[in-house]
Design a protein around this ligand. Structure first.
Ligand SMILES: [Zn+2]
Length: 286
């Protein structure tokens, strides 16, 4: 995961640009839903604003960092994901796989949904169908007390959500929670809540168990490996600087993994070279 911090004002402006009447219609719908105290629409309208989110997210899934098709054809590959589920929240299906989570915590399991956020643009992010439909569904584990009625931003923050919202400037930077050892996502912290968040995100989205996802990361490391090597050997030419700068671009697929690998070339070039060789093997033995 990588961060794309966006303010509510910027998000709303982008939505208005792509779908000028959406905000007004969404507000009307939200008023009815909030009055009813539950989400029960037969047909929604949030798909209309996909392009606003895909722009901010550089056409990448907010959770797994896969690059999806450009907006012209890509909308079909995307879901607008409700970070906080609009309907009932499902309990974790297999809590034992999350050893660092306080399972007895009041909000760890399921609960009622966040119906009052169904049309809140700050509750949206673009996600691939694998991450949204298969992996996350209506899961939303929290370590604190779950809000069951319209809450203030402070009350929502007090829920201590395990998942991380990549567009929310107030949430943690995902790269401070999760880093990479080669192609494998690993927690950036050894213990504490940040460790628990990383464990849950890695497990819930199966970031290390999806073959094509891991292979894509390997291909990214292969793509830049030769340039990292040249830089390590002292090549300071403008071309190498330009390419390494590109490797740090948040718009490339799996930028978080590539950045971690770049840091490894600085800290432990021997291991970085080993990983590069391993990734080459993975890439050319498909
Ligand atoms: Zn995804």
């Amino acid at each position: 995961m990588i961060r794309y911090p966006v303010t509510r004002a910027a998000l709303t402006a982008a939505v208005d640009r792509h779908a000028p009447t959406w905000s007004r219609r969404a507000k009307r719908r939200q008023t009815l839903i909030t009055k009813a105290g539950a989400y029960g629409e037969k047909k929604s309208i949030w798909s209309e604003i996909k392009p606003a989110l895909t722009d901010f997210q550089k056409n990448k899934c907010g959770y797994c960092e896969r690059k999806l098709e450009a907006p012209e054809y890509g909308a079909i590959e995307w879901d607008i994901e409700h970070f906080r589920p609009k309907s009932a929240v499902a309990p974790l299906p297999d809590p034992l796989q999350y050893p660092h989570i306080a399972l007895n915590g009041p909000g760890g399991g399921g609960g009622s949904g966040y119906y009052w956020l169904a049309y809140d643009v700050e509750n949206y992010l673009g996600a691939c169908k694998i991450c949204n439909t298969i992996m996350k569904g209506t899961l939303f584990p929290v370590a604190g007390t779950r809000c069951v009625a319209p809450g203030t931003p402070a009350q929502l923050a007090g829920e201590r959500a395990y998942l991380c919202h990549p567009l929310n400037p107030s949430d943690a930077d995902p790269q401070d929670l999760i880093t990479f050892d080669g192609v494998l996502a690993i927690p950036a912290h050894a213990s504490g809540f940040d460790r628990a968040r990383a464990d849950l995100i890695i497990s819930l989205f199966r970031l290390n168990d999806r073959e094509e996802l891991v292979n894509e990361r390997a291909r990214q490391i292969v793509l830049f490996g030769g340039y990292f090597e040249k830089h390590h050997r002292g090549d300071r030419s403008p071309r190498i600087a330009e390419i390494l700068n590109f490797a740090d671009n948040p718009g490339i697929p799996h930028a978080s993994c590539v950045r971690a690998h770049a840091r490894m070339w600085a800290d432990d070039p021997g291991r970085a070279r080993e990983i590069w060789a391993l990734c080459e093997k993975m890439t050319f033995s498909l």
